[in-house]
Ligand binder design. Structure first.
Ligand code: ADP
Ligand code: MG
Length: 515
């Protein structure tokens, strides 16, 4: 591979852990270590008066001063504010994500030199609003986000690299079908990919942005708390400190249960103590419904991809939670073959992102591209229309989910009144026919229509959906010169001046305070 003039950096911004990787001189992905010397950085931020601490120390603080810590901010991305008030302030979740990215950037720069260009990963199941928020987080962290890439796709690319598919000589000759099952800390993501030569084609994708190892922890916390109540008559979950400590203990015990048949959790509350033994069997029983949800989604996704289990060549395990034996057992039963744990569960996503960054940089510099990614959209996109009979707000779908991207779609709507002078287009994402059950993404308006248009004048709405799942909209009234091509005015999104304000604030936080 010809050498790139800037480093190719990929960032897996995870719900619980984040990972940064770069391409080495031979074009091989390599995980970078953080300032603490670790490959995984806990995605936790501690607000400690004026200092901001990100990573391991913040994770430790979570057990004793949870009220000052922001954890799992990725789960809140897309909402206006983070679910917890921190030192009297309400932060947008993407600002917390930006603080994490900033530490990752600073730490990585010690190894690759100062850089700003990077690829950041998102769960395939992230909707448009969350994708935009992630790009904004990158911007506030002083990064130039060249692209966002879906996590399962990145994992598949890392896998392909490892198998030697990215060289033309070694490229897979027979198309391979790979199911990427990614169960992390806070999200579950599933994608069915076809690897055809050096092309990575997503066939179908699904998942749950609120399902992950965290939910397994919660069950264990409840299990132990109930034992504690039985013994001492008090609930450790009521006190933030006892509960914070219990969470850490349980997360640890959960890991133990991945390798051993039982684990002991020490629970302390109000000076009382209990040693609670949990067996793997008990743990698996109490979390069976969570696993079943992933199983159900897996079956659905295969169907959406139009494939049979016999056509799946590999099931790729990604995400720390796939280390739980119950996950592997379930997948083996379902697919009839042992799942493939050949990629590093925690690092594959960052590696794939670095490979994608390398690809984009090579393209910029006029070097040949090694592989190609084809994506699908994970949610249907539509426009709110009013049903003339029922007057209900309907979701007029333009781009059904799992459509190959990029795609351009047009749909014609009609004005409702005579002499209507403006049109408002509201864009929603979701599968329900009722617009109120979908996620509003934003709106754009077409003002100053010529006067005298009759009712039922057609209005064309064009959507251009880009391969990274971001959207462009164009609205026009045929036969008039009125058209707008707009960046959508977004719901729950920070305006540019706020982004710049935060970017400045974050760049001013001295790097040592991130340690
Ligand atoms: P994310 O990308 O969502 O941040 P990761 O892929 O890093 O998540 O996975 C983190 C999750 O994996 C956490 O919930 C953690 O408890 C869990 N995990 C890590 N190792 C193990 C293990 N050995 N057994 C069970 N769960 C594990
Ligand atoms: Mg992950």
């Amino acid at each position: 591979m010809k050498k790139l003039s800037v480093p190719a950096v990929g960032i897996d911004l995870g719900t619980t852990f984040s990972v940064v990787a770069k391409l080495d001189d031979e074009g091989r992905p390599q995980t970078l270590i953080n300032a603490e010397g670790e490959r995984l950085t806990p995605s936790v931020v501690l607000f400690d008066q004026d200092a901001v601490v990100v990573g391991r120390e913040a994770l430790k603080a979570l057990a004793i001063e949870a009220e000052n810590c922001a954890e799992c901010s990725k789960r809140d991305v897309g909402h206006r504010v983070f679910h917890k008030v921190l030192e009297g302030k309400q932060y947008p979740p993407e600002v917390i994500e930006a603080l994490i990215l900033n530490k990752l950037r600073i730490d990585a720069a010690t190894q690759v030199g100062p850089f700003s260009k990077a690829v950041v990963t998102v769960p395939a199941y992230f909707d448009e609003v969350r994708r935009k928020a992630t790009q904004d987080a990158g911007y506030m962290a002083g990064l130039e986000v060249m692209d966002i890439i879906n996590e399962p796709t990145a994992a598949a690319v890392a896998f392909g690299f490892q198998q030697g598919y990215l060289n033309r000589e070694g490229s897979s000759i027979e198309p391979q079908h790979v199911l990427v099952y990614d169960l992390g800390g806070g999200t579950f993501d599933l994608t069915c990919m076809e690897i055809r030569g050096t092309e990575f084609i997503a066939l179908a994708t699904d998942g749950d942005v609120r399902l992950g190892g965290y939910d397994w922890d919660q069950r264990l916390v409840d299990l132990v708390a109930e034992q504690f109540i039985r013994k001492h008559g008090a609930d450790p979950r009521e006190d933030p400190r006892s509960s914070g400590k219990l969470w850490r203990e349980c997360e640890d015990a959960k890991r133990t249960l991945s390798t051993r048949p039982k684990a002991t959790v020490i629970c302390e509350h109000r000076g009382l103590i209990a040693h609670v033994e949990v067996t793997r069997e008990q743990f698996e029983e109490s979390t069976q419904d969570l696993l079943d949800r992933t199983r159900f989604t897996t079956v659905q996704t295969l169907k959406a991809a139009g494939l049979q289990w016999s056509e799946i060549d590999r099931v790729l395990l990604v995400g720390g939670s796939t280390r739980m034996p119950m996950v592997r057992k379930m997948l083996e039963e379902l697919t009839g073959k042992p799942p493939d744990a050949s990629v590093a569960a925690d690092e594959a996503v960052a590696h794939g992102a670095a490979l994608h960054a390398g690809l984009l940089l090579a393209k910029e510099q006029g070097l040949p591209r090694l592989f190609r990614i084809r994506n699908v959209n994970s949610h249907s996109l539509g426009v709110v229309g009013i049903d003339p009979l029922t007057k209900r707000r309907r979701n007029g779908i333009l781009i059904p989910r799992n459509t190959r991207l990029p795609v351009t779609a047009k749909r014609t709507f009609k004005t409702s009144k005579a002499n209507q002078r403006s049109v408002l287009v509201q864009i929603v994402e979701g599968e329900s026919p009722s617009a109120d059950e979908c996620t509003p993404i934003g709106r754009c308006s077409l003002p100053k229509l010529p006067s005298g248009l009759s009712a039922q004048t057609p209005v064309d709405v064009w959507f251009h959906y880009k391969p990274n799942g971001r959207l462009k909209v164009r609205v026009l009234v045929p036969g008039t010169d009125r058209k707008v091509e707009t960046e959508i005015v977004r719901e729950n999104s920070l305006p540019k001046e706020h982004l710049d304000g935060w970017r400045q604030y974050i760049s001013g936080v001295p790097p040592t305070e991130y340690r």
